[in-house]
Design a protein around this ligand. Structure first.
Ligand code: ADP
Ligand code: MG
Length: 557
C-alpha cells in the first residue's frame, strides 16, 4: 500500500500533505526545501525543459516572458490559451506541469513508497468546468512507477480547512463557523456547521462567497505603488515610466512581497529601489501599510456581510467562531480587523497548510474506488409548466480517519443550474438545482414536449426530437433571465424512441453528484421510458490543448 496524498493547488502557492502510518499529518518538502511551492512555471526558451516553483521565479526574473503565473484563475475557461515557444497550453495543461513538480517532490520525499492517489482541492466557487479541468490536470501526471496519478476526488478548500480544524478538536461541539480564506490571488468565505459528537464528526457547508480577483497580490500592488510614489517624490523620477520598466517591475515583484511578509514580524522595514541612475531608501511602517491597504480589507468584510445577508444570517447571532485560512491571513491587520469588526473568537492554525492537511486527512480515509454514480431515478415531483421540485438528498460523503472517527462531509452546490424551456413560445429558464443545495442534489420539473423544443412537431403535431439546455447561474430564484446565466454546456439533443404527440408530458431531472458532475434524465410520463445524458461542456475538450507537450517536459531546477 502506498500513500494517498492531499494537494492544495493554489493560485500562488501549492502545498502537499499526507497522513503517516501513525496518523500524523506530514507536509512534503520540495526539492528546494520549502513546504510551500510557488505555482509558477518557467518555460525554458531553448528547449523542452520547464522549471516549477521558486526556481521558476528566479529564472523568470531574467526572462519574464517565459514565465506563467496564476493560471488557476483560468481553470476550465475554454478561451484561455497561453503560448510558449510556439506551443499553446490550456490552464489545465499548465496545472499538470505544476502538479508534476508537486508529485515528483512528494515521491522523492516518500522514498520508495508509491502514491496511490490524491485529493486535489479547489475553491468553493469553482464550477463544474473548473473542477473538471483540475481533475484532468491531475490525471495526466505520470508517477514514477509509470502509472497515471489517480485523482480520488476534488474537494473544496474551505471544507478541507474545516476538516483540518476538526481534526484538532477532540471535544463534542455544535458550532457555526466562518472560514475566512485570504490567499495570494483569491478571497473565499464560507459558512460551515460543525457537529461533533463522540466519534461522529459532521461538516456541513451552509453557503459560500468571496471574490476570486482579490488576494495578497492586491496588498503587494498597493505597497508597490506606495513605494514607487515615495521613491519618485524623493528622486523626481516618473512613477508611470518606472511601472512600465520590465527590469524595475521584476525587482518590485521580488522585493515587495518580501517586505510585506517582513511587516508581519516587524514594525517597519525599508526598500531601496533604483531607477534611471537614481537611488533612494523608502521606509515602510506597518501602520502605513495597514493604512494604504485598509480598503482591501474592507472589501473582504463587505463580501462576508453580503454572503451573510444573502442567507438571512447575522454574524452576532449565527456565527460562533472565525477560522483563518490562507497565507495572507498572516498579515496582522486581518486578525485585528476581524476582531474589531466582528468581535468573535478567531482560530488560526497553520493558515497556509490547513487546506492540504485537510485534504490529506480525507484522502487517508478515502477508498480508491469511490462511487460517484448517480442514484436511481427519484419519484416524479413538480408541476407542469415551470414548477419544480428538489427532494433533498444531500448526504455528502463519509470517510473514516486513522483515529476511528467517522467524518461526514456535506458540501453544497456553489452554482445554480437552470433548464431552458418554452412557455407559450417564450424562452424561459427555471432553476432545477439551486446554489447552496447540499450535494448530491436532484431537481425535477414536468413539462410538455413543446416546452423543450421551439415549434417542434410535424404537420400532425408529432415529434421525436427534443433539445435540453442547462446553464449555470448565481441566482437563488426559481426563474432566471438568460443574461444572468453562463452557457457552459452544449445543447443536448435527444431522439425519442418513437414520435410522441407534441402535447405529451415529460419529466426532466437534473442530478448533481458529490463531485459536482451533472446528469440529465428525461422521462416520458406515458411510457416511463428514460433517456440519460451527461451535459457536454461548450468549446469541446479544451483542457487537452498542450497536455501532451506539458506532460512530455523534463522538470529541471
Ligand atoms: P493561494 O492559495 O492563493 O495560492 P496562499 O494561501 O498560499 O495562497 O497564500 C499566499 C499569499 O500569502 C501570498 O500573497 C503571500 O504573499 C502571502 N503571505 C504568506 N506569508 C505571509 C506573511 N507572513 N505575511 C503576509 N503575507 C503572507
Ligand atoms: Mg489557498
Amino acid at each position: 500500500m502506498g500513500k494517498k496524498i492531499g494537494i492544495d493547488l493554489g493560485t500562488t502557492y501549492s502545498v502537499v500533505s499526507y497522513v503517516d502510518d501513525t496518523g500524523i499529518i506530514v507536509n512534503v518538502e520540495s526539492s528546494e526545501g520549502d513546504k510551500t511551492t510557488p505555482s509558477v512555471v518557467f518555460f525554458d526558451p531553448n528547449g523542452t525543459d520547464v522549471v516549477v516553483g521558486s526556481g521558476a521565479r528566479d529564472a523568470g526574473s531574467m526572462n519574464p516572458e517565459c514565465l506563467v503565473e496564476r493560471v488557476k484563475n483560468y481553470m476550465g475557461d475554454p478561451n484561455y490559451r497561453i503560448e510558449r515557444n510556439g506551443t499553446e497550453f490550456s490552464a489545465s495543461a499548465v496545472s499538470a506541469i505544476i502538479l508534476k513538480k508537486l508529485i515528483t517532490d512528494a515521491e522523492t520525499w516518500l522514498g520508495g513508497e508509491d502514491i496511490d492517489g490524491a485529493i486535489i482541492t479547489c475553491p468553493a466557487y469553482f464550477g463544474d468546468a473548473a473542477k473538471n479541468a483540475t481533475r484532468e490536470a491531475g490525471e495526466n501526471v505520470t508517477l514514477k512507477n509509470g502509472q497515471k496519478l489517480k485523482v480520488l476526488r476534488i474537494i473544496d478548500e474551505p471544507t478541507a480547512a474545516a476538516v483540518a480544524y476538526g481534526n484538532s478538536c477532540n471535544e463534542d461541539m455544535h458550532k457555526t463557523v466562518l472560514i475566512y480564506d485570504l490567499g495570494g490571488g483569491t478571497f473565499d468565505c464560507t459558512i460551515m456547521k460543525l457537529d461533533f459528537e463522540g466519534s461522529d464528526k459532521k461538516y456541513q457547508v451552509i453557503t459560500t462567497g468571496g471574490n476570486h480577483q482579490l488576494g495578497g497580490k492586491d496588498w503587494d500592488d498597493a505597497l508597490a505603488s506606495y513605494v514607487r510614489d515615495e521613491f519618485c517624490a524623493a528622486t523626481g523620477c516618473d512613477a508611470e515610466a518606472m511601472k512600465d520598466d520590465p527590469e524595475c517591475a521584476a525587482w518590485f515583484s521580488e522585493k515587495i512581497e518580501k517586505a510585506k511578509i517582513a511587516l508581519t514580524q516587524k514594525q517597519s522595514t525599508s526598500l531601496t529601489p533604483s531607477f534611471e541612475g537614481s537611488k533612494a531608501k523608502v521606509e515602510i511602517t506597518r501602520e502605513k501599510f495597514d493604512e494604504i491597504t485598509r480598503g482591501l480589507f474592507d472589501q473582504t468584510i463587505y463580501l462576508v456581510d453580503q454572503m451573510l445577508n444573502d442567507k438571512g444570517m447575522n454574524i452576532v447571532t449565527d456565527i460562533d467562531e472565525i477560522i483563518l485560512v490562507g497565507g495572507s491571513t498572516r498579515m496582522l491587520q486581518i486578525e485585528e480587523g476581524l476582531q474589531l469588526h466582528y468581535n468573535k473568537p478567531i482560530s488560526k492554525f497553520d493558515p497556509d497548510k490547513a487546506v492540504s492537511n485537510g485534504a490529506a486527512l480525507v484522502a487517508s480515509g478515502a477508498s480508491l474506488e469511490e462511487n460517484l454514480d448517480m442514484p436511481p431515478v427519484m419519484p416524479a415531483g413538480g408541476d407542469a409548466f415551470g414548477g419544480f421540485d428538489s427532494p433533498s438528498l444531500g448526504g455528502g460523503s463519509t470517510f473514516e480517519d486513522k483515529s476511528g472517527n467517522t467524518n461526514q462531509i456535506v458540501e453544497v452546490c456553489t452554482k445554480s443550474y437552470c433548464l431552458r424551456y418554452y412557455n407559450g413560445g417564450k424562452e424561459t429558464f427555471i432553476n432545477l438545482v439551486k446554489k447552496d443545495e447540499p450535494k448530491p442534489a436532484i431537481g425535477t420539473t414536468k413539462t410538455i414536449i413543446p416546452g423543450l423544443v421551439l415549434g417542434g412537431g410535424d404537420s400532425n403535431g408529432m415529434t421525436n426530437e427534443v433539445a435540453l439546455l442547462i446553464m449555470e447561474n448565481d441566482s437563488r430564484d426559481d426563474h432566471v433571465e438568460r443574461e444572468n446565466c453562463v452557457e457552459l454546456y452544449e445543447e443536448v439533443p435527444i431522439m425519442l424512441a418513437e414520435p410522441v404527440s407534441a402535447s405529451s408530458q415529460v419529466e426532466i431531472q437534473l442530478y448533481v453528484n458529490i463531485s459536482g458532475e451533472l446528469k440529465l434524465t428525461l422521462i416520458e410520463t406515458a411510457t416511463g421510458r428514460q433517456y440519460e445524458m451527461i451535459p457536454v461542456r461548450k468549446g469541446g475538450d479544451t483542457n487537452s490543448i498542450g497536455m501532451d507537450a506539458a506532460t512530455g517536459f523534463t522538470l529541471v531546477g
